[in-house]
Design a protein around this ligand. Structure first.
Ligand SMILES: [Zn+2]
Length: 891
């Protein structure tokens, strides 16, 4: 028998669960009656339980005979073995168990979250987080996704507290002798244990909104419910959107969105009772930056997408988790884009894809789907490859099949498997029926093989055709064996002034496509949906860069920069060439394109030898000068949200990466005039000013920001000031922030992220790394398991000096650190890439920064220097008439 899988000899159909938490003592007791079907004669029942004390267990058969069980808890396997004196015959039985446990503080299973009420008293909530396998810490159960059952929950809550679960309240019964109320909830639809939720505490709700008969509310601790309005709007829109897209009504009978002060993840898609960390649900629309607002929209809508895909139809086992998450990621972007088209969310998805490209270009990457033996192996699936790569390859497939065909396939799949479980192959089958073609032939390479292709595009010998070739992309040089990917290529080409679009499926190593003449320019990966990188041969790159701005959409420019930067990091091109490329984009006005540029500047700033810093800062100032002058500090009334956010991003980069003294002085003046009470400032500019003041500030600003963090009015404000604390450069301030990560001042849900920021900071990383080594055991004990440490350790990728790298490797070689899957290996490989890049390119970067007319790189690579937006004086005024690549009309 598999020690990780429960036998199917006895299966549950319905649970009646009663739980009584004691918030003050941090304990709970419970009892349950489970209707089970005995499928073959057995003498024992095996189910899951962990960290529970099981007091009694008995079973009653259909004919009324009752037997007590001999109870054995198998700690390592997290199983409960119930042995009965007489065999159980096939048929229906009722199993009754009484148990007790602790309300832990590790943010998993059944746990306690705390907050300080308006009158200063400390209050507590009892909360659950079960995915993947922590329902067994709250009640004995068949804790595998395939064992779907109906749940009927009763919570014994203290009088005056609110109790929430997946379904609506069926009855409340006061129990005066206990000072409690028994809140009984209606039976759920058949669902998996990991989707069950209970929340008990002092909570308040928004006024409900309705979509047909579905009541939707946002819940928060007292004083915060007014921050739920935006999420409520997003929820109402998306429930309608998904009902329409999926062609199936909302699967629950109500929908509560609940903000929890201590929460290990972003959110959890419990059917009808979605839980969130506060910053992913509660927001003041007037005071939030575009980035903060879109985060709430995305998380809320992602979780609601799961109500059908994940909750109504569920993976049969944890290897299918990727599909659950990848699909919700795809649907999240699709629905947010439908809700707010002006936000350009498919362009923003380029940034998500870029994050997946980064991890998947490592030799320590993994295939999207892999065999999961022990359930804990599934923890490794909650990463960028599952969500972002998975979402990106599904988007590629959707675009390849066509959106209507794809949607029809999804509808077939959901209709066929609702209230039950399904596998990846079932979705492929449904999509294949809708599309009339076999899906596995296209998708298997993307799902079962790690990595992705680098596509090289060149002119054929006659100059009248395009030659596409593919090979695996890796940052660290190595031979990669394996078949080619089936690459759905889309391109746009201009020949003799006429624009043509083309598509092909590249299944071999190389393919040529004839053209009617020599192309003026060609854009490959049109629309940017493909999960591959593109490298243009020099005779194709230069014409593209010189083409008019309309030639490339923002996402295509974003990809051009991202791909050029990746090939630079991988050693396929010198850094000077990339730096020259960035000089072509000083006229750029698209926010997403700037995000790609700023990300690469941030990376360079981290690997820079100290002697090069001031030269690099002046280069950053040069690249940003035009856009800073254009945007200024004051938003114009007719501006769109993306431009407002761009202003914040650009000012922040100028004041920090560019270390610009004028901008820092302006930030100081701006902040001095800011009145928190009247929300007098543009949120994007305010967030930038806070970041700049932290970078340039001292003790005075530090203490002011710390006070603001503690008295923040919104979760976003709190996070802004908290993370600003990590940007102060004075050693004694770094030390003060470090101490706050282990002394309870910062919540354990946030502390690992703060340490990560400090590890990434050029001025704080040495001190922080020493602190982490010294406090490792303490952090391991305090922070939410796996997720907390894994997030914190992401910061080691920025310890990009040879000395630090050696020390990091030694540290992890000497102890057993479990971060889930290959996460640690991936971080160490990223660190290796950064240090190798530094060693390889430092001299070239120094030469480039020292030269007064950068342009050598283009000559060495055989491409002539650009004519127009090269390093030179900034254009005067805003009416630059040169045919710039990156000017959007109408700006
Ligand atoms: Zn999800």
């Amino acid at each position: 028998m598999d020690r990780y899988r429960l036998p199917c000899t006895v299966v549950p159909t319905r649970y009646e669960i009663e739980l009584e938490p004691d918030l003050a003592r941090g304990k709970f007791t419970g009892r349950e009656t489970v209707d089970v079907t005995v499928r073959e004669t057995v003498q024992e029942i095996i189910l899951n339980a962990a960290d529970l004390e099981v007091r009694t267990a008995s079973i009653r058969s259909e004919c009324g005979t009752e037997q007590n069980a001999l109870v054995t808890l198998e700690e390592a396997e997290e199983r409960l073995r119930l042995r009965f004196p007489e065999p159980l015959r096939p048929g229906a039985c009722r199993l009754s168990i009484e148990f007790a446990g602790d309300l832990n503080d590790k943010l998993r299973g059944f746990y306690r979250s705390t907050f300080t009420a308006a009158d200063g008293t400390k209050e507590m909530l009892a909360v659950t987080q079960f995915e993947a396998t922590d329902a067994r810490r709250a009640f004995p159960c068949w804790d595998e996704p395939a064992f779907k059952a109906v749940f009927q929950v009763t919570l014994l809550a203290d009088e005056g507290l609110c109790a929430l679960s997946n379904s609506s309240v069926a009855s409340t019964q006061p129990i005066p002798e206990k000072g409690k109320v028994a809140v009984a909830f209606a039976p759920t639809i058949p669902m998996s244990t990991y989707l069950l939720a209970f929340v008990i505490g002092r909570l308040e709700a928004t006024e409900p909104a309705w979509v047909a008969k579905i009541q939707i509310r946002v819940w928060a601790i007292p004083g915060k419910r007014q921050l739920g309005a935006f999420a409520l709007d997003a929820a109402v829109f998306s429930v309608r959107f998904f009902q329409d897209y999926y062609g199936i009504p909302f699967p629950g009978e109500k929908l509560d969105l609940i903000a929890i002060p201590d929460f290990a993840f972003g959110a959890m898609e419990n059917l009808g009772a979605i839980t969130f960390r506060e910053t992913a649900l509660l927001v003041d629309e007037r005071a939030a930056t575009h980035t903060e607002l879109t985060r709430v929209a995305h998380v809320v809508i992602h979780e609601i997408a799961h109500m059908w895909f994940g909750d109504l139809v569920t993976m049969a086992w944890w290897n299918g988790l990727w599909l659950n998450e990848a699909f919700a990621t795809l649907m999240e972007v699709m629905a947010v884009d439908a809700w707010k088209p002006a936000w350009g969310r498919w362009d923003s998805f380029g940034a998500s894809r870029a994050a997946a490209f980064l991890t998947d270009g490592l030799r320590s990457s993994r295939p999207i789907e892999f065999e999961v033996v022990a359930p804990k192996d599934a923890e490794a699936m909650f990463d960028v490859l599952t969500y972002e790569k998975g979402g990106a390859v599904l988007r590629m497939l959707e675009q390849y099949l066509g959106p209507e065909v794809f949607r029809d396939g999804v509808r077939r799949y959901l209709a066929a498997h609702q209230f039950a479980n399904a596998e990846t192959a079932d979705l492929w089958k449904a999509l294949g029926e809708a599309a009339g073609q076999p899906i596995p032939a296209i998708m298997d390479g993307w799902i079962y093989r790690q990595g992705y292709p680098l596509l090289t595009v060149a002119l054929d010998e006659a100059g009248r055709g395009l030659r596409f070739s593919q090979r695996a992309f890796r940052y660290l040089e190595e031979e990669v064996e394996g078949d080619c990917w089936q690459v759905p290529i889309t391109y746009r080409v201009q020949v003799d002034g006429e624009i043509r679009r083309g598509r092909l499926l590249l299944s071999g190593a190389e393919k040529c496509v004839p053209l009617p003449g020599r192309p003026d320019w060609v854009v490959v990966n049109q629309g940017g949906h493909g999960f591959y990188r593109v490298r243009y041969a020099p005779p194709l790159l230069e014409p593209l860069l010189r083409a008019p701005s309309e030639a490339m959409a923002p996402i295509e420019r974003f990809n051009l920069i991202g791909d050029a930067w990746a090939t630079t990091l991988a050693g396929m091109a010198p850094v000077s060439e990339y730096m020259e490329l960035t000089a072509r984009f000083t006229e750029e006005t698209d926010r997403h394109v700037w995000m790609a540029l700023l990300a690469s500047f941030g990376y360079l700033s981290r690997i820079l030898p100290p002697a090069l810093r001031s030269g690099f800062e002046s280069l950053v100032r040069h690249r940003l000068r035009v856009i800073v002058a254009r945007l200024g500090w004051i938003p114009r009334p007719d501006e769109d949200d993306l431009t407002r956010q761009l202003r914040g991003d650009i000012l922040r980069a100028m004041g920090t990466l560019g270390n610009d003294a004028d901008i820092q002085a302006e930030a100081r003046a701006f902040y001095a005039g800011y009145d928190a009470a009247t929300l007098s400032a543009d949120p994007g500019v305010l967030a930038a000013a806070i970041a700049i003041l932290a970078h340039a500030g001292g003790e005075g600003e530090y203490e002011a920001f710390r006070a603001r963090f503690k008295q923040a009015r919104t979760p976003q404000d709190e996070q802004r000031y908290l993370h600003a604390l990590a940007a102060f450069r004075a050693p004694e301030l770094v030390q003060r922030t470090l101490i706050s990560t282990v002394n309870g001042e910062v919540r354990t849900q946030d502390a690992p992220l703060l340490v990560r920021d400090l590890l990434v900071g050029v001025h704080s990383r040495e001190r922080t790394w020493a602190f982490v080594k010294e406090h490792w055991d303490e952090m391991e004990r305090l922070y939410p398991s796996l997720s907390g440490l894994a997030r914190m350790c992401e910061g080691i990728t920025a310890l990009a000096t040879p000395l630090l790298e050696a020390d990091v490797r030694q540290f992890f070689a000497l102890r057993t650190v479990v971060l889930g899957g290959k996460i640690l290996e991936q971080y160490l490989e990223q660190l290796r890439i950064a240090v190798a890049f530094r060693e390889r390119e430092a001299d070239r970067l120094a030469m480039y920064l020292a030269s007064d007319r950068p342009g050598l790189a283009w000559i060495t690579s055989g491409v002539p220097p650009a004519g127009k937006s090269e390093v030179g004086p900034a254009p005067s005024g805003t009416s630059n008439t040169s045919p710039g690549l990156c000017r959007r009309p109408g700006f």
